[in-house]
Structures are given as structure tokens and as C-alpha cells.
Design a protein around this ligand. Structure first.
Ligand code: SF4
Length: 913
């Protein structure tokens, strides 16, 4: 679609009555792909979600998380009113006026006594651009503190810094369509299939249509993304600068540099090449540092050199490193040196994790930036000060996320306002973060969830809007601005974040600066600032959007910035140079390769890598509400190579303690031959709300990249140790427990019609002790209890029924030989259990021929691994064949890589049998 057509489309109404039905166009709140959605309200009020076929990011596609969004909308565990928690933990409902007066008064006092830097703000890539803009304006322009940082620091700060160094501004030069137009796509540190699933689907479809399109995956783990890879380079964690410097040297040797582009548009290239030759003098050095063979390295280099149209898409595997900025620079160096930038099918493409990480960058949501891509130079500060009429504009950058929480721990920061994020779970060295908040004089949390590990520590809790109630804009990884539109009313006293921020601004005496009455007024001020005294030096421009009236803002269709005054958006940049540095030229960076910050030792001999799983999002506050998303990985799993598992005496299904210098966790073991030997992987999602001790960032080291401040989530030295359990089991219960089980290991997940707890303990218990460990006295299910026990073996089964209806069932065994959960879960849907069902319950075997399904692979149709293996053995040897026979993969398509991997595994096993 042309930019002109898009501009014309801006007048299409977005709420369309269709035969008693209403449709609202909005945007997915999860990952940085930024998929467009259509929310349909049927005549009986039921909501459904579809991918928007007209949204350029997804063209109608959705992943499993997006498809399950409607299931996350309930009001259970919502924070609906402002609350105050006193020092004894007593919680009291208060009015908004009291809450806002308290914030303003305390901020004013702290600023007077300790200076503005004693006030901090911790924001989130979940916030809408309008909320972000007001938070940044209030802090940096009026309170006068630059100590406002964001969880985007954890996600893509290295990409920001790398782009600023190379291009002069934080600009992503490529677009999603380049993935489809490329002849070679290099995915570096990106599990695209799980973390940006719709982009994976687009790439997979492009490769199917044009098999000559090659895909190379660079990742220590063999992830599901590798099912479409022509080559996988399982490099050692932290070796990327050697890899990319070696490629630059190879390209020099084989005459592949674009000297015309370099001469016209790039500085620093001679120094950069000289440094690369020192870091990566020959193939064998690079292969040794990367821990891969020279042959595979050379194959990668040759493919890159031989292909004109190359996209390198990179993500957290590159950014989350103590050398993250250098890794990004190493990638950008290669693209600049070869002129592979700014052309169709060409360029580096940073993929952000969060839905509005880009929007936060636009408004200066990070401590190291100012709004509208202005910098801290005197001229830029003066420009911003005049635009805002700001009385207290900051003079320099503030503290980056990890340093900011250290300053809270040290008592330098006295008050922090945390908005839409959960740092007690997501920051490294997370126990120190928790301790910091426990000692902080004033912790304010704006959230829509009542119970998170962070909200529970806040004195002041402000009820925020949830996704379906929010109104504003987000920007995705390809610079595309889309509207997020409300389709639900605000419940209770939940309010927009920008409103709460403005009310505090007004109470501090800045009435006119914070007189916004709606999101459109904020957005157009943001757009006007992008144009203010912008002679073309700043690439970030919103041009025509600065003049949008309320109706035009409401009807805005997705558009990529920079946008000129005539409304044209730009798909890609820098093909003809015109970089944002003072002289209009890019700058290649001379790099020195260095190992991760923390070396492995005899005490901590393994590398811990952390990241996302397919069907959960961040700390599970939303995705865990959708039971269909909880079957894929129902527990926090520690992935370990089978050889390492054997060495440490571990087997799948058993438990392991994971220790580092900073903290520990207890996880269930999953042997995974896709792991690199010597490393383990654990998911980032589980908090204390969902498991006994799986908050993995308590284990992660707090070392950061010295330039970007991004933490090293991909490399923490750890040790693992088997934890023998005397028994393990599971509880299914219609009503969640009032308090978590008091056993060594537990995890909790909502499933259809009940909640599932997995439990285990290293102490053997009699029945009375066992039941009291699992149920607090007041939460033992009411009604008839039927049970069976084998005290010699230590096995026990029990079920609770009320008027014949199953209320709970508990299965415990010493060896983990436990029945199929999914069949038992289905019994909660029955109005009453037959005698046959009761017998089957206690025997742990279904009375009807219901096959065990295994762990859920296809979330949409609840198809499990064991079912799929049976279908594959019956001759269904392609994802399409599996879809035909059991529907798996036939809706959102997120599980298609898993289907392919299962097929490959089954066929390999058949060959070797
Ligand atoms: Fe949402 Fe999935 Fe699209 Fe990401 S890929 S924006 S999670 S639907």
C-alpha cells in the first residue's frame, strides 16, 4: 500500500456497525511485531479477536498469544481502586484525590529536602506513547529529575546505543517487508519462532514461496526457529564480536566492500577494519572463540559474501550482553561496509521485545535520551526547554535501570513511581531490587493487576487501565505507529496513566503544562515537538500528524515514521546515506572483542541463558489468565543438554537447584539436545505468584554493557545440583488455594475450569502432614472426600466432590509415576461424576479410551505431543498433514515449527531404530 493510499485510508472509520455487530481496530499489546487486531462484539455482547488483514505488520496473521487475548480480559485479580499499604502490611482503599495529593506532597517535600534526583520513575515498553510522553515531560522538564528509565533498558538499549553511534540517531533502517524481499536472512540472537511469531510466519511463507531465500540462525541454542534454517551456528554465548569482525575481515579479503558507499557516506571504516583484523586475524581464531567449526564459519561467510540482499535481524541474544553495544556495532559495521542498507531486502533490523519499546524511545523514555530524539547538547536542551516552557529541564542523563535501583537500595533515591512493569521479577540480581523497594521511603505502583511481586511491595497502588480499555498509540519494531483503541469501559476507578501523571503535575503547580484532556492532545504535542526547530537534522519527524484533530486521530491508520508534512511515511532509510550525524555520514566503530563480564569458575561452571517461551508474556500477569496458553509449558523448566544432565545426575522430570553468586532457583529438569553443552536455559516469566522459587532473575548477574547499560541476561555462571524429592504430585482444584502449598517445590497455573498445582518435597509425609502442607486449614475443599493410599510406597490419591461435582483431586507418588493431567482436568467440566468416573479417578486411569495427550503443542486446539507423535507414526509427515488429521497448526500457526521439529525427531528415531 502506498503512503498516499495510507493517508487516504486514514479516513476509514474504525468502529463499524455490522448487522448488530461492532468491530474495533486495535493493536496487540505483547511483542514488538505490533500486529493489528479486529475486535468483534457480537449481538449478545461476546467478544472475539482476529488479525487485521489490512494491518501491514501482520496482514491478518496472529500468534497463539494474540489469538488468546480475549481470554485475558476478566476482572479477576484486577486492581480497581487506589490503595494505601501501611508499614504493617494493612491495606486501605483510598480516594484518587488522597492518592494524588500524597504523591504531590511527598514529591515536593523530597525534592526540597534532597533535590530532584531523589525522585525516580521506572516505566515500561507496555505503556502507550502518550503515557510515556507525559511521564517523561513531568520528570525531565518539571520535577527536574532525569532518573526516569524503563524496562526497555533490559530489551534493546544496546540496539539504541549502537544505532546512535553508527547513524547519529536511534533509527531502524529496515522494515518487515525486507525480510520477505531478502535473498539471505541472518537471525542473530533471535528465537523468532517464539518471540516474534508473526514475523517468523511471514519469513516462513516467503521461504516456502521462494526456496532460494536462505535463512541462517546464530544462537547457542537450537531453537524452533531453526526448522527453517539452512544453517545454524550454535556459537558460544558472548562471541558475536569475533564472529562479525571475522566476517568483515573475510569481506575485505574477498573484495566485497562497497567502496563507493564508504567513500560517500561512511567515516571510520579504515580504523574499524584494522581493529577487526586484530580481533579476528584468521578463521581458526574466530572458530575457536565462537566454539564452532571452521567449515561452518566459512560456509556462513561465503553465503553472506555471495548474496547482495541480506537482512540481519537481531534481538535480545545480541542486546542483552555486557558487550551488547559492540555486538550491535559489529553487525552494523558489516552492513555499512558492504552498502547492504536502505535497499529493498537489505539492512540491519533490530527487533524489539515489547509492543511500544520504540514509542518509548521516541518520547525520550530512557534516562539517557530526551523527547523527540533530542540529545543533551546545550542547543537541544534549549530547544526542548522553550517548547515545554520547562522550569526545571534536566542538565544531563539520569541513572540507567540497574544503577537506578542500586541508588534506591543505597538510599539516594527516596521515591520511585513504577508503571506497568514488575522489576522485582524482571531485573537482574532481583533480590537486591526487592530489598531496595522494601527500604524505599515511597514506592508507587501503577498497574492493572492487584497481586504482582512488585505491587505487593508498594505503599501506594494506583489502578491502571488494562489493554482493552486503553486509548493511544504504539510504535513497532519497523517504526510503524498504530492506534490502540479502547473497546471496553474502565472498570472500578481505573484511570489512564497519563491522567494520573497530569494530575500530579497540576498539583505540583504546573497546571498549563499538564492540562491535557485526552490522548489526542498529548499525541499532537509529541508530533509538534518532533517538528519544532527541526531543520532536517533529526530524522524522527511526525510531520502531518502534528495537525490531527480528534476525529483524524481516532481514525489514524498505521504509518511508518519519518512522516513528512504531506503525510508520506518512509519504509526504509540510509540507502542514499543522509545519516543523522553532524556531517551526514555514518560511522563504523573500531571494536575490541572481549569475553562476558563474569568468567566461568570451578564453583560455577555452567552458563545460564534466560529468555522467553512461546505462550507466555513477561511475568505472566496477562497470559497466565488464558488457560489455553498454559498447557505448552506449564512449569518453569531448566533446559540442559543430556550429556550435562548425565554428568550432574539429572533426568527430565526431576528437580535441580540452580545457584549463582547472586541467588538461587529450584526448577524441573528438561533434557534438551538443542542446548549447547556447558549451558542451561531457564524462562524469564515465573514470579512468586506462580512458583515457589523460579524467579530466575534472582540468579542473573547484574553486569551491564558500559555504554548502553543493558544487563547480561544471557551469561551468568551457575552450578546445578540434583534435588532428590521424596514425593511429587499434582493438585487440580476448582477454587485456587488461599495460600501457596508449603512444600519445597510448587508451581501454579490456571487451566480450563480449575487451577493446577505441581508439588514436590524432599521430606516424606504421612497423609495428615501431606494434606496440611498443601491446604491451609481454611482452604481444604468442602464436601465428600474419597481417597486411596499406599503408605508403604508413599503414594496417595484423593478427590473431593460436592453434590457429585468434582471440586479437587490430588495425586502424589514417590517416583513421579502420575496420571495424565489433561484427562483429569476435563472431569471438572462435568456436572457430576459417574461411579465409573469415580473409580477411574482413584485408579488414575480413564474409564473410556481417552489417550494421554502429553504436553500441549497446539494451544489453539489443545493438541498434545503424544497425540501428534501417534499421528506422525501413522504417516502424517508434514505440518499440513497433521493439521488435516487433528487441526494442530490450523489456526494461528505458532506451533507449526514445533510440529516440524516433532516430525524431524520422529523420523530420526525411526531411522536409528
Ligand atoms: Fe501479538 Fe503475536 Fe503479533 Fe507479537 S506476533 S504482536 S504477540 S499477535
Amino acid at each position: 500500500m502506498s503512503a498516499a493510499k495510507r493517508t487516504a485510508d486514514a479516513l476509514i472509520p474504525v468502529t463499524i456497525p455490522i448487522q448488530n455487530q461492532e468491530q474495533t481496530r486495535t493493536t496487540c499489546p505483547y511483542c514488538g511485531v505490533g500486529c493489528g487486531l479486529r475486535i468483534q462484539r457480537s449481538a449478545d455482547g461476546r467478544l472475539s479477536v482476529q488479525g487485521d488483514p489490512e494491518h501491514p505488520a501482520n496482514l491478518g496473521r496472529l500468534c497463539s498469544k494474540g489469538s488468546a487475548l480475549i481470554d485475558t480480559l476478566g476482572l479477576q485479580d484486577r486492581l480497581l481502586y487506589p490503595e494505601w499499604q501501611d508499614a504493617d502490611g494493612r491495606i486501605q482503599r483510598i480516594s484518587w484525590d488522597t492518592a494524588l495529593d500524597t504523591i504531590a506532597n511527598r514529591f515536593a517535600r523530597i525534592r526540597a529536602e534532597h533535590g530532584p534526583q531523589a525522585i525516580a520513575f521506572y516505566a515500561s515498553g507496555q505503556m502507550l506513547t502518550e503515557d510515556y510522553y507525559v511521564a517523561n515531560k513531568l520528570m525531565k522538564g518539571f520535577i527536574g529529575s532525569a532518573n526516569i528509565d524503563t524496562n526497555s533498558r533490559l530489551c534493546m538499549a544496546s540496539a539504541v546505543t549502537g544505532q546512535q553511534l553508527a547513524f547519529g540517531e536511534d533509527v531502524v533502517p529496515a522494515a518487515y517487508t525486507d525480510l520477505e524481499q531478502a535473498d539471505l536472512v541472518v537471525l542473530s540472537g533471535s528465537n523468532l519462532a517464539w518471540c516474534h511469531p508473526v514475523l517468523f510466519q511471514r519469513l516462513q511463507a516467503a521461504k516456502q514461496a521462494r526456496p532460494a531465500l536462505q535463512v541462517i540462525v546464530i544462537d547457542p541454542r537450537r531453537t524452533e526457529t531453526c526448522v527453517i534454517a539452512d544453517q545454524h551456528l550454535p556459537i558460544a554465548a558472548g562471541s558475536d564480536v569475533w564472529l562479525w569482525s571475522g566476517l568483515l575481515v573475510h569481506l575485505v579479503q574477498y573484495g566485497q566492500l562497497d567502496f563507493a558507499f564508504l567513500e560517500r557516506h561512511v567515516d571510520g571504516w579504515a580504523d574499524c577494519i584494522a581493529a577487526a583484523k586484530i580481533a579476528a586475524p584468521n578463521l581458526s581464531t574466530v572458530a575457536r572463540q565462537c566454539g564452532i567449526s571452521e567449515e561452518s564459519l566459512q560456509s556462513f561467510y561465503r553465503r553472506f559474501a555471495a548474496t547482495a540482499n541480506v537482512v540481519t535481524a537481531y534481538s535480545q541474544g545480541v542486546n542483552q550482553s555486557s558487550a551488547g553495544t559492540d555486538k550491535v556495532s559489529a553487525i552494523l559495521n558489516v552492513h555499512l561496509a558492504t552498502g547492504r542498507i536502505g535497499k529493498p531486502g537489505c539492512g540491519p533490523l533490530s527487533l524489539t521485545g515489547q509492543p511500544n519499546a520504540m514509542g518509548g524511545r521516541e518520547v525520550g523514555g530512557m534516562a539517557t535520551t530526551l523527547a523527540a530524539h533530542l540529545s543533551f547538547t546545550p542547543a537541544d536542551r534549549d530547544c526542548l526547554q522553550r517548547f515545554w516552557s520547562a522550569p526545571n529541564l534536566v542538565t544531563g542523563p539520569g541513572l540507567k535501570a540497574v544503577d537506578l535501583f542500586d541508588a534506591i537500595a543505597d538510599g539516594q533515591i527516596k521515591a520511585v513511581w513504577i508503571m506497568a512493569t514488575n522489576p522485582v521479577v524482571s531485573l537482574p540480581n532481583a533480590n537486591r531490587v526487592r530489598a531496595a523497594l522494601q527500604r524505599c521511603e515511597l514506592v508507587i505502583a501503577s498497574d492493572f493487576v492487584r497481586h504482582t511481586d512488585t505491587v505487593e511491595l508498594a505503599q501506594l497502588r494506583l489502578p491502571a487501565l488494562a489493554w482493552g480499555e486503553k486509548d493511544g498509540t504504539v510504535s513497532n519494531s519497523e517504526r510503524r505507529i498504530s492506534r490502540q483503541r479502547a473497546f471496553l469501559p474502565a472498570p472500578g476507578e481505573a484511570k489512564a496513566d497519563w491522567w494520573a501523571l497530569c494530575e500530579v503535575g497540576k498539583r505540583l503547580g504546573y497546571e498549563s503544562a499538564f492540562a491535557f484532556t485526552n490522548a489526542q492532545e498529548i499525541f499532537t504535542e509529541h508530533a509538534r515537538l518532533s517538528e519544532f526547530e527541526n531543520t532536517g537534522k533529526r530524522i524522527f519527524r511526525l510531520g502531518a500528524l502534528a495537525q490531527l484533530d480528534a476525529a483524524q486521530y481516532d481514525q489514524l491508520t498505521p504509518v511508518q515514521w519519518p512522516i513528512t508534512a504531506s503525510g508520506e511515511g518512509r519504509v526504509r532509510l540510509f540507502g542514499e546515506g543522509a545519516f543523522a550525524r553532524e556531517n551526514g555520514r555514518a560511522r563504523m566503530q573500531a571494536l575490541t572483542a572481549r569475553p562476558p563480564a563474569q568468567p566461568l569458575t570451578a564453583a560455577f561452571p555452567l552458563v545460564l541463558n534466560t529468555g522467553r517461551i512461546r505462550d507466555q508474556w513477561h511475568t505472566m500477569t496477562r497470559t497466565a489468565r488464558a488457560s489455553k496458553l498454559n498447557g505448552h509449558q506449564s512449569e518453569p523448566l531448566l533446559h540442559i543438554h543430556p550429556r550435562d544432565a548425565e554428568h550432574y545426575g539429572l533426568q527430565s522430570g526431576q528437580f535441580a537447584a540452580l545457584d549463582s553468586h547472586w541467588g538461587n532457583a529450584l526448577l524441573r529438569v528438561q533434557c534438551d539436545d538443542g542446548m549447547r553443552i556447558g549451558s542451561v536455559f531457564a524462562p524469564m516469566h515465573w514470579s512468586e505468584q506462580f512458583a515457589s522459587n523460579a524467579r530466575i532473575d534472582a540468579v542473573v548477574n547484574p553486569d551491564c554493557d558500559p555504554q548502553s547499560g543493558q544487563p547480561e541476561f544471557k551469561h551468568t555462571p551457575v552450578r546445578v545440583q540434583a534435588v532428590p524429592m521424596a514425593w511429587q504430585g499434582f493438585l487440580l482444584t476448582r477454587e485456587p488455594l488461599a495460600a501457596p502449598p508449603r512444600c519445597r517445590y510448587w508451581s501454579r497455573i490456571p487451566v480450563v475450569a480449575c487451577t493446577r498445582y505441581e508439588v514436590a518435597d524432599s521430606e516424606r509425609s504421612d497423609v495428615t502432614t501431606l494434606l496440611s502442607a498443601i491446604f491451609a486449614a481454611e482452604s481444604m475443599p468442602a464436601g465428600e472426600r474419597i481417597d486411596w493410599g499406599d503408605s508403604a510406597r508413599g503414594a496417595y490419591r484423593a478427590a473431593w466432590l460436592q453434590e457429585g461435582r468434582l471440586q479437587a483431586c490430588l495425586f502424589v507418588a514417590p517416583d513421579g509415576g502420575l496420571p495424565e493431567r489433561h484427562w483429569l482436568q476435563s472431569l471438572f467440566g462435568q456436572p457430576s461424576l459417574s461411579m465409573a468416573d469415580r473409580k477411574a479417578l482413584l485408579s488414575g486411569r480413564s474409564s473410556s479410551p481417552v489417550a494421554a495427550t502429553g504436553a500441549i503443542v497446539c494451544a489453539c486446539f489443545a493438541v498434545g505431543e503424544l497425540t501428534l507423535r501417534q499421528h506422525i507414526r501413522a504417516g502424517n509427515r508434514s505440518p499440513a498433514a497433521l493439521t488435516r488429521v487433528c487441526q494442530a497448526g490450523g489456526n494461528c500457526g505458532s506451533c507449526v515449527p514445533a510440529l516440524q521439529r516433532l516430525i524431524d525427531t520422529e523420523l530420526r528415531q525411526q531411522v536409528s531404530a
